[in-house]
Write a protein that binds this ligand. Structure first.
Ligand code: C2O
Length: 575
């Protein structure tokens, strides 16, 4: 793998008369590059929480390799499946303009790569910079198959904030002592909620607060005075997480590969799928500090993993201080209570785009989507273990999404394969009800189907994402493939167009690819459908995705050649 020439580093920022520096400066305007990587998906033994189990990894690494690129670069990643499961890889947050076949969700844009087979993903990064990530998009394989995808500014440009001396990717994850696919299998069999995880992890390690874990605790070393850019990614399968560092303020400068108006926070919150870039000044007494993450959980009476993962931020000067009597053991930061929705709301209200942005004001497609759980009645028995003789389900507008099996949606669309999907996904829920009130049980049962919502090229879309209180209201991190969107409004209760539309932020709303729909509330997003393809939208809590909390958009071709879906690559995996 080639060492990356970080041309965004300070030498690009100032002009100098020194010949060498002028040369360096010019080389920063080098053309965009094509970066080649090989990802071997394979089983490797990993020891956590006192036991060793076989884990599906990429190149034997857990978390997987960090991809680094600059805006404008093309990434070519050959994925070789040496594991015994079908797999596909998604490049979370990459727009994939013109390359919908490289998006990755299995049975949506491709059939999975079968054991022994390979597939090469090829895509160009266009007008995106910041922190994204990649992960398996096959059942629950992303529990261990994930890594950071870092996009630096284009050659010759730099961050809209002071240049950090150090950058650290922080991947928050979730660990099960059992094989996550067995946990999934059991949940699918019983119809009950899946077992919660046994640990959270920071860069693959649970940290000091778990059994047999202290030796592996991740340490990050800083010098006093460093300005550090932390690229935090919530790669957990099923859990929103709070993250904080003892004694340090965090300046939030970006989320989901978009910059924002900087603001400081002592705690940040990330739903699964979301990323947050923060600046940290290493200006505290040189010693060791904990960083820690633990659950934010909004649904009442639903079991969750109540443990805390930690890593250590260590000032390189700390050991002498230790000799002078400063304790070796860092102190734990204070984290909000697991149900502290007030902190979550205050945090998300502060996120705003850095300047005025181009939000669509006229809307062609005004959609209202209820998002939430559902239940299917069943005959009591081992396969009927959900609450009160039901099996869990989940839906958008009462449709519980079912993945096809014989072809991917994109292929079925492109090659006119009949019988794979229908385009009658409803624009509004089948009945109007008090979504966040006491929902009658008669409204708990979804229908199952592979329904797409068809959008004309370039239509301006607004979606109200309305949480439902079916069983329990719950915060849902909703992710849209193929696009970023603006979050023009958020609130609690039922969305009321008369009252709430007037309060939309059409000036500087944040740009994201994953939005946490507030518990018992709503979020409104807008985007322009200028990227033809089939794009999944779903809750990034994999338990909910498994139950069908998803739908897909089918975005039609435009007129120009750059607005058409091109044929699939030759090595495109068959079903
Ligand atoms: Cu990060 Cu459809 O996923």
């Amino acid at each position: 793998m080639k060492a990356y020439n970080l041309c965004h580093k300070p030498r690009c920022n100032g002009l100098s008369l020194g010949l060498l520096i002028v040369f360096d400066f010019l080389s920063c305007f080098a053309y965009a590059e094509t970066l080649y990587h090989e990802f071997v998906v394979e089983a490797t033994p990993q020891k956590r929480l006192c036991r060793t189990r076989s884990v599906i990894t990429v190149n034997g690494q857990f978390p997987g390799p960090t991809l680094e690129a600059r805006d404008g670069d093309t990434l070519v990643i050959k994925v070789i499946n040496s594991a015994r499961y079908n797999v596909s890889i998604h490049w979370h947050g990459i727009h994939q303009k013109g390359t919908p076949w490289a998006d990755g969700p299995e049975y949506v844009t491709q059939c999975p790569i079968q054991p022994g087979a390979s597939y090469t993903y090829r895509f160009t990064i266009e007008d995106q910079e910041g922190t994204l990530w990649w992960h398996a998009h096959s059942r629950w394989l992303r529990a261990t198959v994930y890594g950071a995808l870092i996009i630096y500014p284009k050659p010759g440009s730099s961050y809209p904030f002071s240049m950090p001396n150090l950058e650290i990717p922080i991947l928050l994850g979730e660990w099960w002592n059992r094989d996550p696919l067995d946990v999934l299998r059991q949940a699918i069999f019983t119809g009950a909620g899946p077992n919660v995880s046994d640990a959270y992890t920071i860069n693959g390690q649970p940290g000091d607060l778990y059994r047999c874990s202290r030796k592996g605790t991740v340490k990050f070393f800083v010098n006093f005075g460093d300005l550090v850019l932390l690229r935090i990614i919530n790669a957990a399968l099923n859990q929103q997480l709070f993250f904080t560092i003892t004694n340090h303020k965090l300046t939030v400068v970006g989320a989901d590969a978009a910059y924002n108006k900087p603001f400081t926070a002592s705690v940040i919150i990330l739903g699964p799928g979301q990323t947050t870039n923060v600046l940290l000044s290493a200006d505290q007494t040189p010693r060791r500090y904990y960083m820690a993450a633990r659950a934010y959980t909004s649904a009442q009476n639903v079991p969750f993993d109540n443990t805390t993962t930690t890593a250590i931020l260590e000032y390189i000067a700390a050991p002498c201080s230790v000799q002078k009597g400063i304790p070796l053991r860092p102190t734990l930061p204070r984290l909000p209570a697991y149900n502290d929705t007030t902190t979550v709301t205050a945090f998300s209200r502060q996120l705003k785009s850095p300047t005025r942005v181009n939000v669509p004001t006229e809307i062609d497609e005004s959609l209202f989507f209820t998002v939430g759980l559902g239940f299917v009645n069943c005959i009591p028995g081992p396969q009927c273990q959900g609450p009160n003789n039901t099996r869990f389900a989940a839906s958008i507008n009462n449709v519980s999404f079912v993945l096809p099996r014989k072809a991917s949606l994109l292929q079925a669309y492109y090659q006119n394969i009949p019988g794979v999907f229908t385009t009658d996904f409803p624009a509004v829920p089948p009945v109007t009800f008090d979504y966040t009130g006491n929902v009658s049980r008669a409204l708990w049962q979804p229908v199952f189907g592979t329904k797409l919502y068809q959008l004309e090229f370039s239509s301006r879309v607004q979606i109200v994402l309305q949480d439902t209180a079916i069983l329990a209201a719950e915060d849902h991190p909703m992710h849209l493939h193929g696009y970023d969107f603006y979050v023009v409004g958020q609130g609690f209760g039922n969305f009321d167009p008369g009252r709430d539309t007037a309060n939309f932020n059409l000036i500087d709303p944040p740009q994201r690819n994953t939005i946490d729909v507030p518990v018992g509330g709503w979020a409104v997003i807008r985007f322009v459908a200028d990227n033809p393809g089939v794009w999944l939208m779903h809750c990034h809590i994999d338990a909910h995705l498994t139950w069908g909390l998803a739908m897909s958009f089918l975005v039609e071709d435009g007129v120009g050649e750059s607005q058409l879906i091109m044929p699939p690559p030759e090595d495109f995996p068959p079903c």
